[in-house]
Write a protein that binds this ligand. Structure first.
Ligand code: SF4
Ligand code: SF4
Length: 153
């Protein structure tokens, strides 16, 4: 009994230090570490691919009006799998190296992207314009409903 414990102690001492001094010293994650995701709203085309693959269903896509799409990330449920970043066709989602996400306010873990979309003339649903040239013509530069684009109703 005592001998086996002594053997265990020798093995442990031989191993040297195996823990990190974090949080007393900063810890740099490994190169491919998957931390908190960020979204570049300028790149997002509203395809909803990220929401389709999210295993924890924490990406919600809504169309509050025919030409507006809202993509919301509720990252308090995120499992850091980075599937959203993997499938995003525009590389709009990035899995950063940030891992210190503890917070008292869940709003800190929310990301909201609002996009103006083209709408199908037949079914009225949102879609991404077919070419980059169509995009400024058909999306964000459209006047608000009931307005003429000059801020006049
Ligand atoms: S990292 Fe995974 S769980 Fe988190 S938002 Fe992306 S797909 Fe969802
Ligand atoms: S973040 Fe990427 S995958 Fe998600 S809706 Fe935008 S373009 Fe599509």
């Amino acid at each position: 009994m005592i001998i086996s414990k002594l053997k265990e102690a020798i093995i442990c001492f031989k191993a040297g230090r195996v823990t990190l001094p974090y949080p007393f010293k900063p810890h740099d994650p490994a190169e491919n570490f998957r931390g908190r995701v960020t979204v570049d709203a300028e790149k997002c085309i509203g395809c909803a691919g990220c929401a389709e693959v999210c295993p924890s269903r924490c990406i919600i896509v809504t169309d509050p009006s025919p030409d507006k799409r809202v993509i919301e990330f509720f990252l308090e449920r995120c499992t850091y799998c980075a599937r959203c970043a993997e499938v995003c066709p525009e590389d709009a989602v990035t899995a950063t190296q940030e891992f210190e996400t503890a917070t008292n306010d869940t709003q800190d873990m929310h990301i909201k992207v609002e996009l103006f979309m083209s709408t199908c003339r037949r079914c009225g649903r949102c879609y991404e314009p077919p070419t980059p040239l169509d995009r400024p013509m058909e999306t964000g530069m459209r006047p608000p409903a009931g307005g003429n684009g000059n801020g006049e109703g």
